[in-house]
Design a binder for this molecule. Sequence first.
Ligand code: CP
Ligand code: NVA
Length: 305
Amino acid sequence: MTETKKDFIDLTQFNKNELIFLIEDGINKKNMSSKNGMASVDEDACAKNKILATIFEKPSTRTRFSFETAMYQLGGKTIYANMSDMQLGRGETIDDTAKVISRYVDIAMLRTNKHSTLENFAKNASIPVINGLTDKSHPCQVLADLITVKEKIGDIENKSYVWFGPANNMLTSWIHAAQIIGFELRICSPKDYSVDNNLVSGFPNITTDLDPNDAAKDCDCIITDTWFSMGEDDNDQKRKILEPYKVDSNKISMASSDAIFLHCLPAHRGEEVDADVIDGVNSVVWDEAENRVHAQKSIIRWCLS
Ligand code: CP
Ligand code: NVA
């Protein structure tokens, strides 16, 4: 294994300047991108002659398409694989798989059920490895979200953010970002689905156990996600407990008048968010989804640099 390969596993591996660099690189290069078709290769073509493997153990729309588009725009190629079609299902280990894939491609992105699967792959691969979502975290998405915040409200650090809903992989990456950048993050989750205190203790800018009826007061950004992450069972009791945490027009009306609404998608209208919010004027979810491409490009550039 090379000592110098650069994996993108979690935001915690970056300091504030490094994370801000990734955000600004995404925005700068987005503004310089050619508008002559989605596969137009950027001038720097930093992934020319490179292949990215995208390997999925769970479904994906945005992550798959945005990584493929990003790689084309960087001048490279991609190979997609669903883990269930690989020999992994027949007993080949993740360690051996990582060693073999490293002989075929230059960089790999994985979406896995367990975070430890991603870590084992990264440990055994001699190429850079990117976290495309695990049960623990979703750093690529939060990088795209921070790019969106910067574009829409101009500043990230001095803004307040509210998370509504159960603790999950998205929230973990938001917590990592708040710890690095220092912005105010209010976590509004019911006790039964609350965040592990060890993750947030020692960070006064992160508050928990908020009342859903006033958590959004004067905030700049409201964030939510599906109540049932991939691999979790649908459950009516959980749905009932989460009902007061749904993002509705009352919550939006409490926020700052130019507050933005973020959702990584896929969304469930009428469940974690009402249709008049996600399809309303405060919602920036389509730009957020587009920014996945620009975030992935920033990540791939960093990994290959
Ligand atoms: N937000 C996100 O990661 O979407 P996909 O599951 O469609 O990739
Ligand atoms: N928390 C969600 C995010 C989907 C992009 C999940 O893991 O399914």
